[in-house]
Design a protein around this ligand. Structure first.
Ligand SMILES: C[S@@+](CC[C@H](N)C(=O)[O-])C[C@H]1O[C@@H](n2cnc3c(N)ncnc32)[C@H](O)[C@@H]1O
Length: 314
């Protein structure tokens, strides 16, 4: 496999920085648990880089998890269904998108969601207050061609089939499945950025509850990595986490901000990763140290290798 597959276009996907996230994985991870899996970019990368044996993917968005389960377990079937939808749209793309959107809102079928994600503006899942998908189509895009979509789907299935559990519930439900060799990677929605008002898909995730959850993980000495905030140039986003959690923050370079590129400026984006005390112990890093020292040899192909090893603990 030449490069990492990615069938689900998803706003907020961590695909571009997955290599850097993987570089802080310890050896010997049993199950990688993602309570906020989204398109599961980090698990796909971890399977690709052989960084975990098994995977547990959870997200509150049930249709999205149904889609992921189908991609993993019934890849030819979902690829066939996507192809039928894609072909049927030819010559009436705009009307067909609206038709599929209505059908998705009625049935929640995963193939409809894949088609909508492939064609909608910024691949962003937006639901209105009734829980209906209401994102508009991007009329410049017909959606990924079926042959290429099939390749992506089969690629993910090869990586995850037979070793992945897919669930759809609140993030806190993963507490019941964690054991001592497991690693939890969390990428909660940034506060204040979600447009979704329906609690079935966007919980209105309460920072206080998230902190309580992190405290519980620490009490159980769970190894975890949390994506939480970041900055573009000097502008930071995301609320601070309490120091009592004893997390270590690292900044990773996430590239140029697309906003600034549009405006003709070049502003760099950095994302924070927080590492739990149990993970730091497993990695053998005490005190302040440059993480770069133990980042080498991740065994990844070029497109996944950290582009810049700006992994100082800050
Ligand atoms: C930033 S996205 C994750 C993106 C993912 N890392 C990727 O690479 O595609 C955050 C996800 O959290 C999910 N979510 C929101 N509230 C949740 C909750 N209470 N429990 C579980 N998942 C939740 C959203 O549906 C969304 O898919």
């Amino acid at each position: 496999m030449r490069r990492m597959p990615q069938p689900i276009p998803y706003q907020g996907s961590k695909r571009n920085i997955a290599g850097q996230i993987l570089s802080v994985f310890p050896a010997g991870v049993g199950t990688l648990i993602e309570p906020f899996a989204g398109s599961a970019a980090v698990s796909v990368a971890a399977a690709y880089g052989q960084k975990a044996e098994k995977f547990y993917l959870n997200d509150l968005n049930k249709p999205l998890m149904d889609l992921l389960a189908m991609i993993i377990n019934e890849p030819q079937e979902i690829a066939d269904r996507y192809e039928r939808l894609w072909q049927a749209q030819i010559g009436r793309e705009r009307a067909y998108y609206n038709f599929v959107r209505d059908e998705f809102n009625r049935t929640r079928r995963p193939d409809y969601l894949l088609y909508l994600l492939a064609r909608c503006v910024k691949a962003s899942v937006r639901y209105n207050a009734n829980g209906d998908f209401n994102q508009s189509p991007d009329n410049r895009r017909k959606g990924r061609r079926p042959s290429s979509m099939r390749q992506e789907i089969l690629g993910v299935s090869r990586l995850l089939q037979g070793k992945t559990v897919v669930a759809s519930g609140d993030y806190r439900e993963v507490l019941s499945v964690i054991s001592s060799d497991d690693l939890v990677y969390m990428d909660p929605p940034y506060q204040g950025t979600s447009q979704n008002k329906d609690p079935r898909y966007y919980s209105g995730l309460h920072p206080g509850e998230l902190v309580e959850f992190l405290e519980e993980l620490n009490r159980r000495q769970v190894m975890f990595i949390l994506s939480y905030d970041g900055r573009t140039g000097t502008k930071t986003y995301g609320a601070a986490l309490p120091s009592s959690l004893n997390l270590r923050r690292m900044e990773i370079h996430a590239g140029r901000s697309s906003q600034s590129t549009l405006l003709g400026k070049s502003v760099q984006t950095y994302e924070s990763l927080y590492l739990s005390p149990a993970l730091m112990r497993r990695l053998g890093v005490e005190g302040n140290g440059r993480i770069v020292e133990w980042v080498s040899g991740s065994g990844l192909s070029d497109d996944m290798r950290p582009r810049q090893l700006e992994l100082d603990i800050v």
